[in-house]
Design a binder for this molecule. Structure first.
Ligand SMILES: Nc1ncnc2c1ncn2[C@@H]1O[C@H](COP(=O)(O)OP(=O)(O)OP(=O)(O)O)[C@@H](O)[C@H]1O
Length: 338
């Protein structure tokens, strides 16, 4: 079902945690709420779930206003941070926990949905961490909720497992046609998994957009630097051209001009022979296999981290030139600190 959160505020004593948070998730979409620690993500999720009351605002699931309803009447499924299975109940009984008696068929269907068919008799300690997380997902989906909420569901898994489990979770949510909200502070997780990314800051959603749009057209400099890496330089802009220490660069069209700052993405930098582009000295080369990151200190002492192909022909101490490819993001001065 469609989820619409409108202008929700919430304070704990004198701490105003939510300051007018609004979020719309279309039916069948997976939205990632992405924000730094303490910005209010978990509080927002708990308010949608009904574990916490809101001060003002509204929460609609489908065509129902649910803000005044208890959690069990909201048709919300929850996948907590750690799978939090009942240790003394079998996998099947964990999945069937919120279902009426005699729902064995639905339990098996949900186990199948998450790829754990035939594992229902096992106890939680007899399956891996990734499988436990899938059981938690099956448990959340079993009562056919209108909305599924996932609170940092991969944070307890180690890195190598996290990537595969998150692909599986996305696939399961899509197969189930679920409308889902995932809370995370991991931008890679948000960008790679979600249909829409909602960037949260200080109790508000400041931008809600497709992952590629949030990255390419961030609402302000804060979003630009939070979602993805960026080198930020002082600049002036006129007629769609931003001038900074790396030269006069075409500006991504946003109609803004004047004094301000440009944000350049690591993949926009191109390393050239000395004499071409802006001169600098290679400080560090980080090799990742498929690509590499090269840190270059310009003669002005500005530090730039460029993403390049893995086969970097440069070593620390080499002199290089830096060129910039593609349009840059420009934010006017008052906007830069918005
Ligand atoms: N029950 C509560 N009583 C008092 N303060 C609370 C309560 N719950 C949350 N807070 C405060 O609200 C703020 C936001 O917390 P919240 O857990 O929503 O943030 P978050 O963005 O989910 O952070 P994290 O990523 O670290 O989990 C924090 O400053 C927290 O201390």
């Amino acid at each position: 079902m469609r989820l619409v959160v409108t202008d929700v505020t919430k304070a704990f004593g004198a701490t105003r945690v939510l300051r007018g948070a609004s979020l719309t998730v279309e039916e069948g979409d997976l939205a990632a709420v992405l924000g730094p620690s303490g910005c209010g993500k978990t509080t927002l999720l708990r308010i949608v779930a009904g574990f916490e009351s809101l001060d003002t605002g509204s929460v609609r699931i489908g065509d129902r206003e649910v803000a005044a309803l208890p959690p069990e009447r909201r048709k919300v499924g929850i996948v907590p941070q750690e799978a939090a299975l009942f240790p003394h109940l079998s996998v099947a009984r964990n999945v069937g926990f919120g279902l009426p008696r005699g729902s064995a068929e639905r339990v098996e269907e949900c186990l199948e949905l998450v790829g754990l068919e035939g594992m229902g008799h096992r106890m939680p300690h007899q399956i891996s961490g990734g499988q436990q997380q899938r059981v938690a997902l099956a448990r959340a989906l079993a009562p056919r909720p209108g909305v599924v909420l996932l609170d940092e569901p991969f944070s307890a898994l180690d890195r190598s497992l996290r990537v595969s489990v998150r692909d599986e979770v996305r696939a399961v949510l899509k197969r189930a046609g679920a409308t889902a909200v995932l809370v995370t502070h991991d931008q890679e997780e948000a960008l790679s998994m979600a249909d829409v990314v909602a960037v949260m800051r200080e109790g508000r959603i400041v931008q809600e957009d497709a992952p590629a749009s949030v990255y390419a057209e961030p609402f302000d400099l804060g979003v630009a630097t939070f979602v993805g890496e960026a080198v930020v330089l002082a600049a002036t802009s006129e007629h769609g051209v931003a001038s900074c220490e790396l030269g006069s660069l075409p500006q991504r069209a946003n109609g803004v001009s004047g004094r301000g700052r440009v944000a350049l993405r690591p993949e926009q930098f191109v390393l050239r022979e000395p004499g071409e582009g802006t001169a600098g000295l290679v400080r560090r080369v980080e090799f990742f296999g498929h690509d590499a990151a090269v840190t270059v200190v310009l003669d002005s002492e500005t530090v730039i981290r460029a993403r390049t192909r893995g086969d970097v022909p440069y070593r620390p101490g080499d002199r290089v030139g830096i060129a910039v490819e593609g349009p840059v993001l420009f934010f006017a001065e008052e906007e830069a600190t918005r």
